[in-house]
Design a protein around this ligand. Structure first.
Ligand SMILES: Cc1ncc(COP(=O)(O)O)c(C=O)c1O
Length: 341
């Protein structure tokens, strides 16, 4: 379809053009990665000023729908934040592990936890954290040598990733991501208008030479999956973790995030790149894989400033993670029969 046909019904204001184009991307009439017409071409076709079209493109860029591609122009983002990014079907005979779903047969029952739920209401102003869950989280972090001085409870690992990224980064900031990596984290980065910087990995974690190059080219944050890496299953090996820890220690401004989405059920010990005294860091340990993704609970340890910012911002949104969920997790976690699953 040519420009005049495609944009025939588009409104003539900058806001209207942006809404029209967003709908066209959402409905697939303009495919992802497609190069948009040059500003002047579209302006002539719509009989509006180039400033109007340029302003529409700016609005779309702020929403993460389009990206500017240097002198080549403006194109639709490869992952516009407009629809749920469904997984591609896998070929017959291939087992798809990338959804990250645990085996339901191995999940603990939540019935007992629910039947023991205290029947007293939790009101506004109540402590956001369940004390028993915080203690269990603290014991777990301490056992892995992760400082638990500051902790937050968030609605899953992905929620935690978004929250800590948002309190530190601004659109255009660069985030190192494992390559290959979990597709949702790539989509999250695109939807926040951050720039993904791929860091190749092998079975022992991010490749030191590659990370060094990326750090030298400038990085604002780095997200690493220390175990049960998605999609490869890799886990940080102790020697590699120490080497990478030394490497990032000379970049104190870097926000280092460890996504421990599978926790102990990954089957690998926890090896961390977070060194003593690191300024900006977060380790997010989700309960989704061990106790079930519907519980939407993850524990986040981090430096005091990052955790305080995440907490304050969450108070202004959902407020807290429901105590019904927190208590359920604490109950299952302390149930002596759970580890045998
Ligand atoms: C690497 C990685 N991080 C995070 C998640 C999501 O965890 P949560 O359910 O706690 O948001 C997944 C899900 O499979 C994952 O593979």
């Amino acid at each position: 379809m040519n420009v005049s046909e495609l944009y025939h019904d588009a409104p003539r204001t900058s806001a209207g053009i942006a809404v029209f184009m967003e709908a066209a991307v959402r409905e697939g009439r303009i495919p992802s990665d497609d190069l948009l017409p040059p500003v002047r071409t579209l302006a002539e076709s719509l009989e509006v000023s180039p400033a109007t079209v340029a302003s529409a493109y700016r609005r779309l860029k702020l929403r993460g729908v389009v990206v500017t591609d240097g002198r080549r122009g403006t194109r639709v983002s490869a992952t516009p934040p407009l629809a749920h990014p469904f997984a591609r079907p896998v070929p017959p005979g291939v087992r798809d592990l990338s959804s990250g779903n645990p085996d339901p047969a191995l999940l603990p029952s939540i019935a007992a936890a629910l039947s023991e739920m205290p029947d007293e209401p939790i009101l506004y102003g109540h402590d956001a954290h369940d004390a028993r869950l915080i203690q269990l989280a603290r014991d777990g972090f301490d056992a892995d040598g992760i400082s638990s001085d500051a902790m937050a409870i968030v609605g899953g690992a992905l929620d935690g990733l978004e929250r800590v990224l948002r309190v530190h980064l601004a659109p255009g900031d660069r985030v190192g991501l494992e390559d290959p990596g979990w597709r949702s984290v790539y989509h999250l980065i695109a939807s926040l208008n951050l720039i993904p910087v791929p860091v190749p990995i092998d079975d022992d974690g991010p490749l030191p030479d590659a990370l060094q190059r990326v750090l030298q080219s400038g990085l604002d944050a780095l997200i690493v999956t220390p175990r049960a890496q998605n999609p490869t299953g890799a886990a940080l090996e102790r020697g590699r973790a120490s080497e990478l820890e030394r490497m990032v220690s000379v970049h104190p401004d870097l926000l280092l995030i460890e996504d421990d989405h599978a926790g102990p059920v990954s089957g690998s010990p926890y090896e961390s790149m977070v060194g003593e005294g690191r300024e900006k860091w977060a380790v997010i340990r989700s309960m989704s894989k061990s106790f079930g993704p519907d519980l939407r609970v993850a524990l986040m340890a981090g430096d005091a400033a990052s955790i305080a910012r995440v907490e304050v911002r969450r108070l202004l949104g959902p407020g807290w993670v429901s105590h019904i969920l927190q208590r359920t997790v604490a109950h299952i976690w302390s149930d002596p029969t759970t580890p045998s699953l």
